[in-house]
Design a binder for this molecule. Structure first.
Ligand code: PHE
Ligand code: ZN
Length: 873
């Protein structure tokens, strides 16, 4: 069997929907096997011609139409047509009318987790991007906004709690053990924000008083017994609500805000109006079952979904090409929230790590696309690092270029001008043009062009005239379908450093950081210093002010000198990262036999010097992941890179042995609190524990086993378990067995158990995990914990030259894809880098991709596979 690739949708084909849907009334008769949905759409035509409604996997029972306030009469079969993708009214009335439909759907049979589905015996929905059409016939596009009134009824024992968007209306009991509830959403919204949840939950309740003094009832709905583990999510929600008031002046606009946690979910969470639905992994946490990493993710995802209420819901996207309008902007907002809650420089470094690992990789491969693409195949595949992470960077650039005050002014205007509308990136930038009087057309090139710009920097120093000349050039490599690139405005936050921790004045500039904007293909900067001055050091792209790759030919000593002189924490970290990357590359290609003592000593020295800021010190011990190194030298040999990385890690552990010993001998902070201060201390402990795992000293394993046994919380339990994976003695198997015994009844914790082994083990280990009775093909978290972790975090094993890694997961990818195309497609992205691999793995990867295509993939997965296989150019 083979599937065709989906038909491309093009931005230039956009036409407004020729009808307005003034009101929607939905009535659900809920059942797990069968749910009946009655819809009443109040329609006003804006022109003439047929009316197209989207609909998939629906069984139509009834369709009727009413005109002029009359009674609805069933439609003649000659008046409409039904096909696999929807329904067409061939000749709708010319004036206002009401369309009534009744359809049947089967939540239990819905394994795609899009539309209405069953998870753990409860009903829930996922409508973004095109799930609403799996619930009822509707113009399922974001520019059709309407007000929704929802009635649900069903058996009270199975579904005691009935939730939808907006605020609750009437509710009550019905004969036969049944009950009903109504919900009314006063805000117009597109169908992708519709949500419904029905089931038995425990609820954690709280209230929030908005800045104008209105009370909001908050509820987090979780599995029975889990309510205490929602406390951190609740805390994060209240802090998010306050932050959006204080930083953006945005107040919540309903009396109720609900979150529902579900175990089976394709993404992280969803911002449905007034009823956010979350993957339970991003709601539930306590010190025994979640790590600091989880607590931090919960904080940022709760904030992200909440922030969508204004950036996404009140103002939404005209079409899905504009996805970054809500996602890039909302990521920018949640990143700044996290920076305010924790440490700004540490947050920036973590955001850049993610950007480089995921987005730069995407930009460098066959799946490269622009932040605002002009064509797409499968819409589910547009939820990418480019749209989210690079989309956020572009808002960061905008804010840096115009300054925080103008940024806030422009945002205020955006909210005022477009509240209640579905708009475009052009509409967004028009607001900033209005408040600054500037022209953003060159800037918008950032949205149109795929690929990561490369900025090359050359410098010359003329001692006689005490002048530093800096030449900057930019270039973006061609990507699929975009052979020629234009320059983009690149804001480079810069400084002249004196080498003693201070800044230097030059050419009339004060001794402080300054912004250089590289507008064209190249520019030359000249800094004249007072006569007889020493050569200053040029610090550039501070705080990672532009999402570019910087090419700067420096020797190891010059780089080290620059790192020592740095006054920007991001650049201190990044300077060392660059050195470490170069070192791993040299060790991996044999041009260097062992790690350079001076370099290892310098990193160790930097770590010791930063112990007062443990989260930052932890980042200084971090070595780039193998995947990040793919970008640096090609063809890439993951096996050699992983070995070189381990060598350097061991050397660093040795150089820091004393500090590691002292740090880990201290007790972990107690009692546990997930906030930044303690998490920072634990981050350094974790980093040191990881270094112990890389050590070849026999006592390291004993120390790790001891730390594992006495771990006071999941953060340390998991970091020691992970470190033990790299050791050779019996401690590893013992810990794996113990952990499983301890947590086998907690699926979220067991995801960690699966993931730790899949991301560190062999192809044989992965086969064993797939065969484990708790491996569940229907649960995306579990599939990602095994297949995702193996394919995306364990590159030496996944891309093994004999193809064993691919063969270990191939059948599982196919099976997952068959049930759940969004999941299947996401797993397929593990192949995005196949062309840069060394010849053996590359050949095996290509063969595997072809076998998958031949076996038959979903349209979503086929969209990824065909782009991955397409000839470059
Ligand atoms: N819109 C969600 C977010 O907040 C992501 C998502 C997309 C979730 C599609 C489910 C389905 O980013
Ligand atoms: Zn989002």
């Amino acid at each position: 069997m083979r599937t065709d690739t989906p038909v491309a949708v093009k931005l230039k084909d956009y036409v407004p929907y020729p009808f307005s849907i003034d009101a929607v009334e939905l009535s659900f008769d809920l059942g797990a096997q069968k749910t009946t949905v009655r819809a009443r759409l109040s329609v006003t035509p804006k022109g003439t011609g047929p009316m197209r409604l989207d609909g998939e996997a629906l069984h139509l029972n009834y369709i009727a139409l009413a005109e002029g306030g009359g009674k609805a009469a069933p439609l003649d079969p000659a008046d409409f047509e039904v096909d696999a993708r929807g329904l067409t009214l061939l000749a709708p009335p010319g004036g206002p009318f009401v369309l009534e439909t009744e359809v049947e759907i089967s939540p239990a049979a819905n394994t795609a987790l899009s539309g209405l589905y069953l998870s753990g015996g409860r009903l829930c929905t996922q409508c973004e991007a095109e799930g609403f059409r799996r619930i009822t016939y509707y113009p399922d596009r974001p520019d059709v906004m309407s007000s929704f009134r929802v009635r649900m009824e069903g058996p009270k024992a199975a579904f005691p709690i009935l939730l939808s968007n907006g605020t609750p209306g009437e509710a009550g009991d019905l004969p036969g053990g049944r009950h009903f509830a109504e919900w009314v959403d006063p805000h117009k919204k597109p169908a992708y924000l519709f949500a419904l949840c029905a089931g038995d939950y425990d609820v954690l309740r709280d209230t929030f008083t908005t800045m104008s003094g209105r009370r909001v009832d908050l509820g987090i709905h979780v599995d029975k017994g889990d309510a205490p583990r929602a406390a951190w999510a609740m805390d994060a929600l209240k802090r998010s609500m306050r932050w959006d008031e204080e930083v953006y002046g945005r107040e919540y606009d309903l009396g109720v805000f609900n979150i529902v946690a579900v175990r089976d979910f394709n993404f992280g969470a969803m911002e449905n109006k007034g009823l956010n639905i979350f993957n339970s992994a991003y709601v539930l946490a306590d010190e025994d079952t979640a790590t600091d990493f989880d607590f931090e993710a919960i904080e940022s995802i709760v904030a992200h979904e909440y922030f969508h209420n204004w950036t996404g819901n009140r103002i939404t996207c005209r079409d899905w090409f504009q996805l970054c309008l809500k996602e890039g902007l909302t990521v920018f907002r949640d990143q700044n929230f996290s920076a305010d809650m924790r440490s700004r420089p540490v947050q920036r470094i973590k955001d850049v790590i993610k950007l480089r690992a995921r987005q730069f990789a995407e930009d460098a491969g066959p799946l490269a696309h622009s932040v605002r693409p002009d064509t797409y195949g499968a819409i589910d595949n547009l939820y990418t690092a480019t749209v989210y992470e690079k989309g956020s960077e572009l808002i960061g650039i905008l804010r840096r270029l115009i300054g925080p005050e103008k940024y806030r002014e422009g945002m205020d205007l955006y909210f005022e001008r477009h509240d209640g509308q579905a708009v475009t990136i052009e509409d967004f930038y028009a607001c900033f043009e209005a408040v600054t009087g500037r022209d953003f057309s060159a800037f918008r090139q950032w949205y149109a062009q795929a690929g990561t710009p490369e900025v090359t920097l050359d410098e010359t120093w003329d001692a006689e005239t005490a002048t530093l000349k800096v030449r900057l050039r930019q270039n973006t490599a061609p990507t699929q379908g975009q052979p020629v690139k234009k320059p983009v405005p690149v804001p480079l936050l810069s400084a002249l450093l004196d080498g003693e921790g201070g800044h230097v004045a030059a050419s009339g500039r004060k001794a402080e950081p300054f912004l250089v904007v590289l507008e064209g293909a190249e520019a030359e900067l000249e800094f004249r210093l007072p006569e007889g001055s020493r050569r200053p050091l040029f610090s550039v792209n501070r705080d990672f002010s532009a999402p570019v790759r910087l090419v700067r030919k420096l020797t190891r000593d010059e780089r080290l000198a620059l790192v020592r002189a740095e006054t920007d924490p991001f650049n201190t970290w990044d300077g060392l990262q660059t050195l470490v990357k170069e070192e791993i590359l040299a060790l991996s290609d044999g041009s260097q036999a062992k790690p350079d003592d001076a370099l290892v000593g310098a990193i160790a020295g930097a770590v010791k010097g930063a112990l007062g800021d443990p989260a930052f010190a932890a980042l200084l011990t971090r070595l780039p992941e193998v995947g990040e190194l793919f970008l640096e030298r090609q063809p890439a040999d993951p096996v050699a890179l992983a070995a070189a990385r381990a060598k350097l890690q061991a050397a660093l552990g040795k150089a820091l042995a004393e500090t590691i010993g002292e740090t880990l001998a201290k007790p972990a902070p107690a009692p546990y609190h997930p906030g930044a201060e303690q998490a920072s201390v634990r981050a350094l402990r974790n980093a040191f524990i990881a270094l112990l795992g890389a050590s070849s000293e026999p006592e390291a394993e004993a120390t790790l086993s001891r730390l594992y046994d006495s771990a006071p919380n999941m953060t340390e339990r998991l970091s020691t378990l992970r470190a033990l994976m790299f050791t050779k003695g019996g401690g590893k198997a013992k810990a794996i067995g113990h952990f499983e015994q301890m947590w086998k009844s907690n699926p979220l914790v067991m995801d960690k158990w699966f993931s730790v082994q899949a991301s560190t083990g062999t192809a044989e280990d992965v086969k064993r995990l797939i065969a484990h009775p708790d491996f569940d093909l229907r649960n995306p978290n579990r599939v990602r914990a095994v297949i995702g972790a193996f394919a995306m975090q364990n590159l030496a094993a996944f891309h093994a030259p004999d193809g064993s890694g691919y063969r270990a997961v191939e059948a599982t990818i196919l099976a997952a894809d068959k049930a759940n195309p969004a999941l299947g497609a996401r797993l397929m992205t593990a192949f995005e880098q196949w062309r840069v691999l060394e010849p053996k793995a590359r050949g095996e990867a290509e063969a595997c991709l072809k076998r998958l295509v031949e076996a038959g993939l979903s349209e979503n997965a086929m969209d990824i596979a065909s782009r991955a296989l397409a000839a470059p150019g």
